[in-house]
Design a protein around this ligand. Structure first.
Ligand code: DAH
Length: 359
């Protein structure tokens, strides 16, 4: 074997055996660097006779090309291997359960809103929405509360500045204007539930200037108070996750219903700090309701000689406080993370009737 072919096979063997890029680089310098073995051979060409150079030139140049190519190929292979090794150590197993505990939590009002809509959807109600800034007309007049009616004073309203066209807006004081909006655009049969934000000038441990209500409306040819009672019973049973509930009806007054009924739920408060529903000797006031006043039906374009309906409404925050034992409404809207961590719900538990509401 000539010196050149021995050098070539030695270099190729060394290149093949190089363990990492640093070792490979050392081989490159030793062969192709300024004073490298191949470079030294190339230098000898200058001192050769033309004939010898003609014979040796292609051999030595071929040696340089072979070695350079082997180094480049090996370098790429080493880089691939290094990347594979890194990917292997940095691999994320997406099937692993999430740890540590997920950070965000669902606010109790959102949780209760999801629970309430899940229950009413199951009872065949559609979800309806209305704006927070509402026409005075929808919030009051079309609900049979004309201007100067004393019932307006019960509402501690946030009034907005009058518009140029004379119309006036309020921050809606209840979700009842969604009844008006629904009846104005939909013909019976109507079955809607409308949860949402409401506003009143009021603030203490159980009142917040911004709070949440839910509103129910059913209009059909034969809807009755008995249907209303059944709907509320089914709702409270599902919501408080008990097998039976007992409702007590009390006569009441709302301008938009006639007759009007307030409902109390039987409960047990004999253990301090704890409420149990369905049993006990106490009553808890939960909802206002009644048969929709025929004047309201007529004002909203529904023939009151043909159709009748019932409506009900109550506080969502209040439901959250009762179900989850939250004593004060104010922290609901203070964005205190400690409070949210304590009372919040896992973002992975969506309330469903078959999967469980609150778990
Ligand atoms: N809108 C009433 C309130 O804010 C609650 C209410 C009472 C709603 C009777 C109704 C109803 O739909 O029929 O206190």
């Amino acid at each position: 074997m000539s010196d050149i072919s021995k050098l070539e096979s030695d270099l190729l063997a060394a290149i093949a055996a190089a363990k990492d890029e640093a070792a490979l680089e050392a081989i490159r310098v030793s062969a192709l660097g300024k004073k490298g073995s191949v470079s030294e051979l190339l230098k000898t060409l200058g001192g050769m006779s033309p004939d010898a150079r003609k014979a040796q030139g292609p051999i030595i140049n071929a040696l340089r090309d072979t070695v350079a190519e082997a180094i480049a190929t090996k370098k790429a292979a080493l880089a691939d291997a290094a990347l594979d090794a890194r990917l292997a150590t940095e691999r994320v197993d997406v099937t692993l359960p999430i740890r540590p505990v997920p950070q965000g939590t669902i606010h109790p009002v959102s949780q209760v809103l999801d629970e309430v809509t899940a229950i009413f959807a199951d009872l065949g109600f559609a979800i309806a929405e209305g704006p927070d800034i509402e026409f005075d007309d929808y919030n009051f007049t079309k609900l049979n509360i004309p201007p100067d009616h004393p019932a307006r004073q019960m509402h501690d309203t946030f009034y907005m500045a009058k518009q140029k066209d004379g119309s006036s807006h309020v921050l809606r004081t209840h979700t009842s204007p969604v009844q008006v909006r629904t009846m104005l655009k939909q013909k019976p049969p109507i079955r809607i539930i409308s949860p949402g934000r409401t506003y009143r000038v009021d603030s203490d441990a159980t009142h917040s200037p911004m709070f949440h209500q839910y509103e129910g409306l059913v209009v059909d040819e034969g809807s009755t108070l008995a249907n209303l009672k059944w709907v509320l019973e089914e709702f409270y049973k599902a919501f408080f996750e008990v097998d039976s509930v007992e409702l007590r009806a009390r006569p009441s007054f709302f301008p938009f219903t006639e007759p009007s009924v307030e409902w109390d739920l039987r409960c047990d408060r004999s253990v301090p700090g704890k409420i149990t529903f369905g049993t006990g000797n106490d009553w808890l006031e939960l909802a206002g309701s009644g048969m929709v006043n025929p004047r309201v039906l007529d004002m909203c374009g529904i023939d009151s000689t043909k159709y009748q309906g019932f409506a009900f409404g109550g506080g969502l925050d209040r439901l959250a406080m009762l179900k989850y034992g939250i004593p004060d409404i104010r922290p609901f809207f203070e964005s205190d993370l400690r409070w949210l961590r304590h009372y919040g719900f896992s973002a992975f538990d969506l309330p469903t009737l078959d999967g469980g509401l609150s778990r």
